[in-house]
Design a binder for this molecule. Structure first.
Ligand code: SAH
Length: 229
């Protein structure tokens, strides 16, 4: 889909997208004391440049697609703020060989950002209509290294485990044990944990080669709840 097809003058689109990337760079700097990351890795930055966020929002919201804000996507859910997608992707240290589990597909935006970088993304979404729409959208945009299924992400996706990386984009009250189990030795998981309503904490969970699990809090965040079936 070209910029003209999406109803924009190409230059304006590029300018808005560039401005958004600048905002993300600013926020990376502002949060670096706790995240330990002051800039995006080149692969993550390239992915943020390549994924057309306006293709993931509702038509009425397309004029706002390049703002650093979450937007509603229906079913009481949202597309995450671009900075949050960027920092979560960055904190995963994604590599070209990685097999990734994502919980909370939503519209599929973060799925696409990951799919630009890694070998394969398995993504689980609780709301069937969102899972079906995301699957179609991602296929339409040409992402072939993605599988989306409807289900309760608390259980992970055992058939494809273990995963090198796990990204959870809805907040459980505690780290779901099945996800820790499905994380490969040497793997990393990034997830928000906490109560609703309120502020949750973004955690980086690592499992070392011996299976020892460590967690580190990096940022206060506000996510929708990870529901339990
Ligand atoms: N990753 C998305 C944001 C998704 S918002 C983006 O890039 O914008 C969080 C999503 O998690 C919602 O779509 C919600 O329906 C989903 N969700 C909530 N609880 C879930 C669960 N138990 N299993 C899978 N998905 C869940």
């Amino acid at each position: 889909m070209s910029a003209i097809d999406r109803g924009y003058a190409g230059d304006a689109l590029d300018r808005a997208h560039r401005k958004l990337l600048d905002r993300i760079d600013d926020e990376m700097q502002m949060t670096s004391a706790t995240t330990g990351r002051s800039a995006l890795a080149p692969a993550v930055r390239r992915a943020m440049e390549r994924v057309p966020r306006d293709a993931f929002v509702r038509k009425v919201d397309r004029p706002y697609a390049w703002r650093n804000r979450p937007l509603p996507i229906g079913h009481g859910q949202t597309i995450s703020q671009p900075f949050i997608v960027a920092i979560m992707t960055e904190l995963l240290d994604p590599g070209p060989e990685d097999v990734v589990l994502e919980i909370g597909t939503g519209c599929g935006y973060a799925t696409a950002v990951l799919a630009e970088i890694v070998a394969h993304v398995y993504s689980v979404e609780f709301v069937r209509a969102l899972a079906d729409a995301a699957r179609l959208r991602l296929a339409g945009l040409g992402y072939e290294n993605v599988d989306v299924r409807q289900g309760d992400g608390n259980a992970g996706w055992a058939e494809h485990a273990p995963f090198d990386k796990i990204s959870v984009t809805a907040a459980p009250p505690e780290i779901p044990p099945a996800l820790v189990e499905q994380l490969a030795p040497g793997g990393r998981m990034v997830l928000p944990v906490g109560e609703h309503p309120g502020v949750q904490e973004l955690l980086v969970v690592t499992k070392d080669a011996d299976g020892a699990v460590r967690e580190r809090g990096v940022l206060p965040v506000a996510f929708v709840p990870l529901v339990s079936a």
